[in-house]
Design a protein around this ligand. Structure first.
Ligand code: FRU
Length: 601
């Protein structure tokens, strides 16, 4: 039998309310436990937050606010702590300040530890509690994140929205979270900006800036398009909705005519909208099952289906998601080509989710893939998904951002306070090799501003092996390595990043197969998923000089070859930062002609 301490006030209230037991530690909350695991928490809102203790692997309870006998907002699924507390999330109460409300909590037994830890508070501790949290990559302060959404640039600010669960560190309750940055490196968390409603959760989508007030919400209104994803007892339903913001994305008003596009298809989602200047109209590309659909509109509210793309094209190992369609310059020429980005899950080259792309032409209505035989991948690691680009990026740039995880294990990676980061920002262009067009993903130039202390190693030759014993003096796990290698006649060039515990990421160039390979099977913590220990390989288009940039940030490595002709993104969870690099060879050796390490801030 559990013993609970009662405050006098709680006992008095419990008698008043006819309760049989109270178990909470916070005396300003009155908890009544009912039959069938239903619970009612009554309170006078004297603080900003109700702090909810959560346990990642607990079953979901349902939580909502009730005021004047009416449910306010939608029910949230929260994995409230039963046996232990993994982290805390705040339920924001500021709209009810000074009012008497109830919180209806369904599906939680009366002996759950949650009841002892539930409390009102005016502040919520967002300070970092995670050793694996990256230093220079965007992460949510707390809670779960997946796809980047609605990225737009306006008045010198990059806006990033993201699939966000503010009530736990696993997927669920999709909202749009919001962060802003002026340099793509330092991000401010702006909180939640679009919340679920009667049409469902808020799945992925995009934002445009309506400079000419085509929708009538106001000049320069920011307009968001997202998928309303509704779960019903008869199955899931997806449709497209819109919302507008007159304060640069801080708050949104949902369009009264939502949803604006409906369908009989089950997987019908992730609208990317952009202005097609030659035709003076808007275009929306949508992922539908395993193909894309293209729509056009002049007022952003009424949409006409123009075409479909994708049957018999590219990889079809899973559902198509998060599309994008962009026009890019081809390096070294005046040519421009259209690129259709298509994220796919599962069916990626190394299992799980990945981003493929098609290069071709687009006339405002129809996209034509000009190299249908080859499947092209944006990134050759396991952890770059849902990649999409910024609308209105300055200087004609096309800047992409991915979610740095994989649906195979995203919910299980060893963090608790938050889950998932974005990749670093990458500028996209095209290059031509062997008659084919390929995407080049160059680390955005802002990354150089993050460089701090620099350590240079003088040129050295590797005929057998070579070791750099210490990359940085105080290595906090956040750094960039930039190197240039003169291949000579080597057939294999191996580069091992390791820590003093022997945890290592083995990388090598196989120059016979023209591949760059990364093996993270001994990289540190790998046992949280059988799909995590993996070897990934990228094609290398280079001559006798190799240029490699490695961005390491506590729990990730992004390798860029030839400034982005290949990119490989892989998560790693070492128990201490990798601070050594050892080199090996097969063949007659090679020279590392330049080797710089930069601390990144
Ligand atoms: C891709 C995705 C999208 C969907 C969102 C839901 O990762 O499955 O298709 O909109 O995540 O969170």
């Amino acid at each position: 039998m559990k013993k609970y301490t009662y405050t006098l006030k709680a006992v008095f209230l419990s008698i008043l309310l006819g309760m049989t037991s109270t178990s909470q530690a916070d005396s300003s909350l009155t908890v009544r436990h009912l039959v069938n695991e239903q619970n009612i928490v009554s309170l006078n809102v004297t603080a900003k937050f109700l702090i909810l203790p959560v346990q990642d692997d607990a079953p979901e309870s349902k939580v909502c606010i009730v005021k004047d006998n009416e449910q306010r907002g939608t029910l949230m699924n929260v994995r409230l702590a039963r046996e232990r507390v993994d982290s805390y999330v705040p339920f924001i109460l500021s709209d009810y300040k000074g009012q008497q409300i109830s919180v209806d909590i369904q599906g939680l037994p009366a002996d759950a530890v949650c009841w002892k830890e539930l409390k009102l508070a005016d502040s919520f501790d967002m300070s970092n509690k995670e050793t694996f949290r990256p230093v220079y990559h965007h992460t949510p302060a707390y809670g779960w994140m997946n796809d980047p959404n609605g990225m737009f640039y306006k008045d010198g600010v990059y806006h990033l929205f993201f699939q966000y669960n503010p009530y736990g560190s696993v997927w669920g309750n999709m909202h749009w979270g919001h962060s802003t940055s002026s340099d793509l490196i330092h991000w401010n968390f702006e909180g939640v900006s679009i919340v679920p409603d009667a049409w469902g959760a808020i799945f992925s989508g995009s934002c445009v800036v309506d400079h000419n007030n085509t929708a009538g919400f106001g000049k320069d209104a920011v307009i968001a398009f997202y998928t309303s994803a509704k779960s019903t007892p008869w199955g899931d339903v997806q449709s497209e909705s819109m919302a507008y913001s007159l304060d640069n994305g801080k708050t949104f008003v949902k369009y009264a005519g939502n949803p604006i596009i409906t369908s009989l298809e089950k997987d019908f989602r992730d609208p990317k909208v952009f202005w097609y200047a030659p035709g003076k109209h808007w275009v929306m590309i949508l992922a539908v099952g395993q193909h894309m659909e293209l729509y056009s509109s002049v007022n952003l509210k009424d949409w006409k289906k123009e075409s479909e793309f994708g049957k018999m094209q590219g990889a079809h190992g899973g559902v198509w998601e998060c599309p994008d369609l962009i026009e890019l310059p081809v390096e070294g020429s005046r040519e421009r080509k259209w690129v259709l980005i298509c994220n796919i899950n599962p069916g990626g080259p190394f299992g799980g989710s990945a981003a493929q792309y098609f290069v071709g032409s687009f006339d405002g209505k129809t996209f034509v893939n000009e190299s249908p035989v080859q499947t092209k991948w944006m990134d050759w690691g396991k952890d770059n998904y849902a990649t999409v680009t910024w609308n209105n990026a300055p200087d004609g740039r096309c800047i992409a951002l991915g979610w740095m995880s994989n649906w195979q294990y995203a919910n299980n990676v060893p963090t608790r306070q938050y889950r998932s980061a974005n990749t670093i920002a990458r500028d996209l262009t095209l290059y031509k090799a062997g008659g084919e067009f390929y995407l080049k993903s160059t680390p955005s130039r802002e990354m150089k501003q993050a460089r701090g202390e620099k350590v240079s190693v003088p040129s050295f030759k590797v005929t057998d092996s070579y070791k750099i014993e210490s990359l940085l003096k105080d290595n906090n796990g956040a750094y960039e390595i930039e190197m240039e290698i003169q291949v000579a006649d080597a057939s294999k060039i191996s580069l091992n990043l390791q820590n003093e515990k022997g945890e290592q990421v083995s990388m090598y160039y196989d120059l016979l197969r023209k591949q760059f390979v990364m093996d993270r099977s001994k990289s540190g913590k790998v046992d949280f998923s059988n799909d995590f220990p993996a070897v990934t390989a990228a094609p290398v288009h280079a001559g006798k000089t190799l240029r490699l940039r490695l961005f390491v940030d506590r729990s990730s490595i992004e390798a860029f070859g030839e400034d982005g002709k290949f990119v490989m993104t892989n998560l790693v969870f070492p128990s201490s930062p990798y601070n050594q690099m050892s080199f090996g060879t097969e063949g007659s050796g090679y020279t590392v002609s330049s080797f710089n390490v930069y601390k990144l801030r």
